[in-house]
Design a protein around this ligand. Structure first.
Ligand code: GLY
Ligand code: MN
Ligand code: MN
Length: 428
């Protein structure tokens, strides 16, 4: 993403906030994993979206129309000893030029500076409830404001949820964001194709997972979420991540894996036979899910509402399971035990991206630039009350789709998806 893209986002947000408002937003905290080892740092998505700045211990401030600077950044100071261990710090001296900030200050000075900035604005835009430490600081800044500054008509009287504005912006992907999502999709598709070609009976699930580790890191990407590699009935566990069982000849394997590349995610699932050949039952069930996915994708067009794709997928699954004799009636309410999740979610910087699915009491209308997954599934537990031949089968098919002015754009296209194409890909 270029600096201009981040600057454009800040301008857009500032237009919405107006000259009575001020927005304050923190970087993600560092989280300890065990003893003195931390989890790999990943910047907060909102903070990254507005700044492009990847360091912890930072707070961004937007003050629309402020003559002496609208975009201020508090960040770590340069520190040779710390940098020797942890790598370069930008520092407040270089931050303005590196990040197009109007001014930057040491994070250690925020308690002295921020209350004075808040004083001049009547509306404070902030996200509360996400980081307890930030919430605590915020209360202290407001207390300082009350104690040290004469309360004037301009002191913040109103606290507004910043995420309402910001998450609505994030829902509409720009041209550059769509390009970034396509890059993540491409790496993910290639990894799935490679994994599908290589898998063999008696591999362990983690061996298949390792193909994704290698493919993603080779592209300077990482997993956007813990990958799911479930052989046989393990695939019925929706959030299965143990990935430590043997892949048996004759079973299906469900692989849900997607990378995050330059902060943009992909989220793809394919289900295929470990030995490269679908049985008749596996193929029949697979085709029900595929038909549901196709029916859902078709409905991702401008002007339709968000839930139409889900309704279409459920009806198609209900019809299909009825045709196979798995359920007694072709009734969408009768499949809850087999298809128990939604057909998709928004996708962007977060794999389950932000943005409301409803506006008031109505489902959101789709518009160009919205990006979501389409991921119907059918899961038949090993002890389900169905004919034995269906038991323990689970299928999910997931792709990433952008709503455009024309046809839905499947960003994860090019990855074998029909029974024939998967078998052909697995042959060689
Ligand atoms: N991989 C998470 C999901 O499919 O929503
Ligand atoms: Mn997924
Ligand atoms: Mn998903």
């Amino acid at each position: 993403m270029t600096p201009d893209e981040f600057a454009g986002r800040r301008r857009q947000l500032m237009r919405m906030i107006g000259e009575e408002g001020i927005a304050v937003f923190p970087a993600a905290p560092i989280r300890p994993r065990n003893r003195d080892i931390d989890y790999p740092f990943r910047q907060d998505s909102d903070f990254y979206y507005l700044t492009g700045f990847e360091e912890p211990d930072a707070v961004g401030v937007l003050i629309p129309g402020r003559p002496s600077g609208e975009y201020l950044l508090f960040c770590r100071e340069k520190d040779a000893r710390h940098e020797a261990w942890h790598g370069a710090i930008t520092g407040p001296e270089d931050a303005p030029s590196a990040l197009q900030a109007d001014d930057a200050f040491p994070i250690a000075d925020i308690d002295d500076i921020l209350p004075g900035l808040l004083e001049s604005r009547s509306r404070l835009y902030v996200t509360m409830g996400q980081y307890p430490e930030f919430d605590h600081h915020l209360t202290e800044w407001l207390a300082t404001l009350r104690d040290q500054y004469k309360s004037s008509a301009n002191t913040p009287q109103e606290f507004v949820a910043l995420d309402h504005l910001l998450h609505d912006m994030r829902l509409y992907k720009s041209r550059r964001e769509l390009a970034a999502l396509k890059r993540a999709a491409k790496v993910t598709v290639a990894a799935h194709l490679n994994a599908m070609r290589r898998v063999e009976p008696d591999w362990y699930e983690y061996r298949l997972e390792a193909e994704f580790d290698y493919a993603f890191r080779s592209a300077n990407a990482r997993h956007a979420y813990p990958p799911i590699v479930g052989g046989g009935a393990n695939a019925c566990v929706l959030h299965y991540t143990r990935n430590d069982a043997r892949l048996n000849d004759g079973d299906l394997v469900l692989v849900d894996a997607g990378c995050e590349l330059d902060y943009y995610a992909a989220d793809v699932t394919r289900t295929y036979p470990v030995n490269g050949r679908f049985s008749a039952e596996q193929a029949a069930l697979y085709n029900v899910v595929l038909a549901a996915q196709e029916a859902a994708i078709e409905r991702l067009t401008v002007g339709r509402h968000w839930n139409e794709a889900h309704d279409a997928a459920r009806l198609t699954v209900a019809d299909g399971l009825h045709d196979l004799g798995i359920v007694a009636a072709a009734d969408a309410d009768g499949i809850d035990g087999y298809f128990m999740h939604r057909t998709g979610h928004w996708l962007g910087i977060d794999v389950h991206d932000v943005g409301d699915y409803r506006v008031g009491d109505r489902w959101r209308e789709l518009e160009a630039g919205m990006v979501c997954t389409v991921e119907p599934g059918v899961y038949i537990e090993h002890d389900a009350d169905v004919d034995e031949r269906w038991r323990g089968l689970a299928v999910r098919i997931e792709d990433v789709v952008a709503v455009t002015r024309d046809e839905p754009d499947v960003l994860t296209h090019g990855l074998a998806k029909t029974v024939d194409d998967i078998e052909a890909a697995m042959r060689g």
